[in-house]
Design a protein around this ligand. Structure first.
Ligand SMILES: [Zn+2]
Length: 82
């Protein structure tokens, strides 16, 4: 059964609720009957973080390829001047 985490907009009370898909979403804080919002689990945040690092290393690999072309082209006009 999926676990949903909720946080109250009014009193910041946080709690988890075990709900099946057929259950209606909770809308009331059990503490103060205020409006609550769904909080996405920390797993999603960790997943985003690893994705960031993957993108970062991929950028470096791509950048090294055109970098090879630039130093090779530079000596050619220098030799012409001499
Ligand atoms: Zn509350």
């Amino acid at each position: 059964m999926p676990t949903y985490q909720y946080a109250c907009n009014a009193c910041e009370h946080e709690f988890e609720a075990f709900q099946s898909f057929s259950d209606a979403s909770l809308t009331q804080c059990p503490e103060c009957k205020g409006e609550i919002r769904k909080v996405y689990s920390a797993v999603g945040v960790v997943f985003k973080g690893s994705g960031f690092y993957k993108t970062d290393s991929a950028k470096k690999t791509t950048a090294s390829e055109p970098a090879k072309t630039t130093p090779a082209a530079a000596p050619t006009p220098a030799a012409k001047t001499d």
